[in-house]
Design a protein around this ligand. Sequence first.
Ligand code: SAH
Ligand code: SF4
Length: 476
Amino acid sequence: MVDRTERISEENIQRQRDFADKVRTVISALASERGRLYKFRVVTYGCQQNEADSERLAGMLSSMGYEKAQSEADADLILVNTCAVREHAEIRALSVTGQYKHLKERDPELIIGVCGCMVSQEHRLDDIKHRYPYVDFAFGTSYLWKLPEILYTKLTNKKRMFLPDADADGNIAENIPVMRESSYRAWLSVMYGCNNFCTYCVVPHVRGRERSRYKEDIIAEAGKLIADGVKDITLLGQNVNSYGKGLYEGYGFPELLEEIASLDGDFTLRFMTSHPKDATERLIDVMARNEKIAPQLHLPLQSGSDRVLEMMNRRYTLDSYIRLVDYAREKIPGLTLTSDIMVGFPGETEEDFEDTLSALSRIKYDMVFSFIYSRRRNTPAAERPDQIPEDVKGERFRRMLALQSDIGLEINRGYVGKTVRVLCDGASKNDPDMLAGRTDGGKNICFKGSCPEGGYTYVKITDARPFVLMGEESVG
Ligand code: SAH
Ligand code: SF4
């Protein structure tokens, strides 16, 4: 039985467009009263999914007549889109929100909203409500599409609003306006939420149950991006490999990926994240035979110890993981392989940690996103009595970084002398005389040259660092 995911009805989406029109009327009256434009600033923390959400928040705000502000100090509306994956991310969002108090004192008409994963947790929603009296409203991830109604209510009745996620409709909202940060790279969400309940992770609690978008909606959005000249599309989901479950029979992520890759146009397709328990040889085969799919796989291992993987409820073993990696490397020459690794999960022994180090040495990732375990409320791992002391976690973290830095450097040195295709992202942030970009495999590269931002070029690699390749544009 296929239990179809519901879309939010067109009637309800239209209702939000009507609210957006009403906000626009209020805003334009206020703007002409003050003799200037009304501006918004969306401040984003966390993962690519949050960045994609922020582009929709910005799209809705623009449809309501707000212009984009250059800074928070210049804004009439600030929206903080928060993350909850680690405590550190929450503390940063809270402290930044705290700094806006002064802006509100300077301009009492300033509207401040907090949204996203952190405030999908009721205790954080309460924190914001009681400890940040200058915050006007807060809402969790499932309310995103109702921003026009929330803003209209705020502008007209002036009351503060704090909306618990439990009261929201978690279905999929299509046809929300979007204002993309880049004209040539784009995120494309294929599904939302997660059902995996890894024992350390708050995501299923704050983003709700797993639900896939209809393939027709995704393919139409991809087609539009390509027609608009987007060259690099990243398909997003917490576990893209469970795409289509509960929606289709016999049509999953590999099929979706191949269908998008078969669209006409000059573009590259990437995706994240792949949960190793659901990534299949079929997925790898689709990647291998489609030129438009980047030779890049982000496959988070988390730990090299089967004992820890089991405590994490990851549902694969190091052996099965390595078998898949070996298959992928055999089928996809030049594959860039990246991972997420966590140290200090409760109960992790020195021996378990050393298993992770030897897994890193054996697998040799191009890059690792490393995390120190952070205790998250309402997750089973947080209740365990065998939490690892902070100093031990810190020491393991440093040892892991040092090892991975050597591995990254060794891999990058293997590129010296080669010429690779690069999509240019303009001037490098670290050195304005250099350009920055990404290879087809998604590796960071810094190079001398004159390629315009958003253009493809070829770069000869002249030097290697642990996290970046260095090179010169090769002419002709
Ligand atoms: N859905 C993705 C991960 C999303 S969260 C996947 O399963 O791969 C991104 C990363 O944050 C995770 O891979 C994990 O390494 C890290 N993470 C999640 N919860 C964490 C926690 N409580 N403490 C530290 N790191 C965490
Ligand atoms: Fe979190 Fe695990 Fe879901 Fe990833 S798969 S979002 S780590 S619960």
